[in-house]
Design a protein. Sequence first.
Length: 149
Amino acid sequence: MSLRHTLAALAVTLFITPLAVRADTPIFSTEDGLALGGYDVVAFFEDQNAISGSEEFSLMWKGVVWRFTSSGNQARFEANPRAYAPVFGGYCAYAMSQGYLAPGDPQLWLIDNGELYLLNNDSVRQIWQDEAPDLLREAQGNWPGLLRD
């Protein structure tokens, strides 16, 4: 196939592929392909602590790798991943409420009404806690649309 034909085929592919599919930001914020930077998402709920997971206990879900501290935590996640997955894909909840994407920091987290939220820095943690209902409404209005902007 000539270069001209290759470029033409590429142009057709790009033209017929929906823009949203071509430019989507991953639904889960990752660090080197790891959800929550490799922290065990189940441990936030079970141990009330941010604990690094192990490569030994890991799985792929929604295009990212999730790590766990034990086979038990991995099994809990596999049984109901949506119960443990962070809200807003692990992006900073405060940033989402303000209309932009920022990675969440697994060391800055909170669980509210059984939902895991990550924040990006200490300065927004208190703001989020003080204004959670309003900020949550704003963030929900921006999610998941910001992934396509």
